[in-house]
Design a protein around this ligand. Structure first.
Ligand code: UDX
Length: 461
């Protein structure tokens, strides 16, 4: 592997202190959280931190008084500034942000800084930033905010297209995907978008520019994805740093774009240990009103207490709870609590929480593992499908709702996780996994060592 110092010609040899790092998060909640957590980790190791961010979904800078923030125009019109089609959104952002990002970086580099910039760290999805970094002769390290297995699924798209697995045929849904055990064709991490070629184009640019980068940081852990990390190491000739889980260092609450409703913690205080099912589908997924109704009735018939997050806009065509069956909450008689956005990490860590019905966004999956909370998996798109397969079939710490959402199946899955022996076994396995992940963060553990190597690497630029 090429020595990055030879490429970038820096002579600095100070560890952390005295060097700066510029980070550029993708403006989506599930990507902002890990990037700002990484910023905090690097700050704690002595680096000064500059965050460049778009106007759209800009982080709350007042929560980070030690960092310097620069906002760049993203050129999005009011109708374009939406997560309704994330692929269309990020494809557009990768075009619109080239000049503003370059100008911002040029300005930063034009003045002699007390703490010279060692490198930029950008989300892998910001593929245009590699060319910008190269033009300034500045190393670019990338952060992949989701896990390794799902990335391998994305990276396989050209092969899967060539082999005729894409576009997906209804008749092949249950077939095994070659080279990607244990994935089935229905788990291929596709994301719905107006023009499917945008997705393929985005992934191919992302993969190409990762290969040209100076290193790849994962919010994942060797103990969870050892063989997948070996595969990445073989396919990508750049240094790889699995240093997660980031939220174990710093919680995600300070980078939350929505206000977290703390009232649910007082409600949880009134519930019996491990009795509550926490239900949340993250920041982007949406539901039809039929699905929402089935969820409500499934929760009702399970007889378990539940804490349900209904983000405004979660139910397509509704502001908030309009489609909830009439008198539903009264009927629950205190057994259910609904909020718009929860302090998720604290909810998962609460003694009353016994299960998590999740869409399996990677942050949610990792947060659940770290609190030892078994899952009901209902993936909606992209990496979530891969994560759900790993949760249910590799780590065996959750039940997979694979078919159309229907109240009977929901009730059955809830009982399985919350009260039946199978759920108890899942709980034992996830607690064991949680311990392994926690050990990886201790002195000598895999994530700890990877972080130390990353710090030395950045300091060597
Ligand atoms: C997106 C993608 O959808 C996901 O597939 C990918 O893995 C990351 O980017 P999102 O859908 O928002 O993320 O899910 P997730 O990765 O789980 O991130 C959600 C974050 O919001 C978590 O850190 C979670 O703690 C936080 N959250 C969620 C809250 O703080 N409150 C809530 O009520 C729900």
């Amino acid at each position: 592997m090429e020595n990055p110092r030879a490429k970038y010609g820096s002579a600095q040899q100070r560890k952390g202190r005295g060097r700066g790092v510029v980070l550029f998060p993708l403006p989506l909640q599930g990507h902002i959280n890990p990037m700002l957590q990484l910023a905090n980790i690097l700050y704690s190791k002595g680096f000064s931190i500059t965050i460049i961010h778009t106007h759209f979904n800009s982080p709350n800078s007042s929560n980070y008084p030690s960092f310097t923030f620069y906002s760049i125009p993203d050129g999005l019109s009011e109708s374009e500034a939406s997560t309704a089609d994330v692929i269309e959104l990020v494809t557009l952002l990768n075009v619109n942000c080239v000049t503003p990002f370059r100008d911002c970086l040029a300005k930063l580099l034009s003045v002699p800084l007390e703490e010279p910039i060692a490198c930029i760290i950008t989300d892998t999805v910001w593929h245009f930033t590699q060319a910008v970094a190269d033009s300034f002769n500045l190393p670019r390290i990338v952060l992949r905010t989701s896990n390794v297995a799902s990335f391998l699924g994305f990276a396989c798209f050209p092969f899967l297209r060539e082999m005729g697995y894409l576009p997906i045929q209804e008749s092949q849904l249950e077939a095994a995907v070659p080279n990607l055990p244990p994935l089935k064709v229905k788990d291929i991490p596709l994301i719905d978008t107006r023009n499917q070629e945008d997705l393929y184009g985005l992934i191919s640019s992302m993969v190409k520019e990762i290969k040209g980068s100076s290193g790849l940081i994962w919010n994942s852990v060797e103990e969870l994805e050892q063989s997948e990390l070996i595969t990445v190491g073989q396919d990508f000739a750049i240094p790889v740093y699995p240093i997660g889980p980031f939220h174990s260092y710093f919680p995600a609450s300070s980078s939350s774009l929505l206000t977290q409703d703390q009232s649910c913690l007082s409600w949880l205080n009134t519930q019996a240990p491990k009795s509550v099912l926490y239900v949340s589908f993250g920041s982007i997924a949406t539901l039809s009103d039929t699905e929402f109704t089935e969820i409500a009735w499934g929760l009702a018939s399970s007889n378990q207490p539940f804490l349900l997050v209904v983000r405004p806009g979660l139910v397509r065509g509704s502001e908030w709870l309009e489609t909830l069956p009439n008198g539903f909450l009264e009927m629950m008689n205190g057994r259910g609590h609904i909020v718009k956005w929860a302090p998720q990490q604290e909810v998962l860590a609460h003694a009353a929480t016994g299960g998590f019905w999740t869409h399996n966004g990677w942050n949610s999956t990792l947060e659940s593992i770290c609190e030892g909370v078994p899952m009901i998996c209902w993936p909606c798109f992209g990496d979530q499908k891969v994560n759900a397969r790993y949760v249910s079939h590799v780590w065996k710490i959750g039940v997979h709702l694979e078919n159309r959402l229907e109240r009977g199946a929901i009730d059955k899955a809830i009982r399985k996780v919350m009260v039946e022996t199978e759920g108890e076994e899942m709980r034992d396995r996830i607690v064991h996994l949680k311990e392994k992940v926690h050990l990886s963060l201790r002195q000598g553990g895999s994530s700890h060592q990877a972080l130390e190597s990353l710090i030395s690497y950045i300091s060597s630029f």
